[in-house]
Design a protein around this ligand. Structure first.
Ligand code: MD6
Ligand code: FE
Length: 217
């Protein structure tokens, strides 16, 4: 039998693709959580709807965002920050549901990071054409913790570079249920998402949803 590190053949090991030191793709890892996860997301976006944030440079982002957890990531003309209050509702962000807490911790452990306890879950919505320019995730105080990123809905091309913005990114296709865990030496690597191709997803329709879990402090 030729089972290797990149596939799961009749055993309990999830698929695992190492893309850099500290960064791993867990294909389909979120699928067993899906039945609970999607209704939980629908509740969250009812309470704190998606909105298009404006960057400090004055650009309206093509990706729509919301958050759940004790802190949420926000951007406005004053800068980027984590805030316990949703500025659009004046209320705390919706709580992090247990199913998301568990998915994030299990994925982090699978990536080699035990006891991952995120405060923030940033929820990104892409419609066809939406993209995320190359950036570093560096608004957190704790770089020892990884970032856990869950892809749902339409497939996307994830761009993954290096420590310098000029490092040519490699491209990875992320599909419904795929999870990326990202930390250690690659925690501050530049990354982004290419413009979303049009399509129709069986569960989520004409969109991609990405969840990124962060330990902020
Ligand atoms: C996205 N993700 O996939 C955007 N950041 O929609 C991110 O920006 C990201 O996937 C840090 C680590 C993993 C990610
Ligand atoms: Fe990011």
């Amino acid at each position: 039998m030729t089972a290797d590190l990149f596939e799961t053949v009749g055993d309990a090991r999830p698929s695992r693709e190492i893309i850099a030191e500290g960064a791993v793709l867990l294909r389909g890892f979120a699928r067993p959580f899906e039945a609970e996860l999607i209704p939980a997301l629908r509740m969250i976006v009812k309470q704190s709807p998606f909105r298009h944030l404006v960057t400090p440079g004055g650009h309206r982002m093509s990706v729509a965002m919301t958050n759940c957890g004790s802190l949420g990531w926000v951007s406005d003309p004053r800068g980027y920050r984590y805030d316990p209050i949703d500025p659009n509702t004046g209320q705390p962000w919706p709580a992090l549901p247990n199913v998301l807490r568990k998915l994030a911790a299990n994925a982090a452990a699978e990536g080699g990071f035990e006891d991952f306890a995120p405060e923030a879950c940033l929820i990104n919505r892409y419609v066809p054409g939406a993209k995320l320019s190359l950036h570093q995730d560096k608004d957190e105080l704790d770089y020892a913790a990884p970032i856990v990123s869950v892809s749902l809905g339409l497939p996307a091309t994830f761009l993954f570079g290096g420590l310098k913005r000029s490092d040519t990114p490699r491209r990875y296709r992320l599909e419904h249920g795929d999870v990326a865990v990202w930390g250690g030496p690659s925690r501050l690597f530049y990354h982004g998402v290419a413009p979303l191709a049009d399509g129709e997803h069986g569960v989520l329709g004409r969109q991609r949803i990405n969840l990124t879990f962060r330990k902020v402090r």
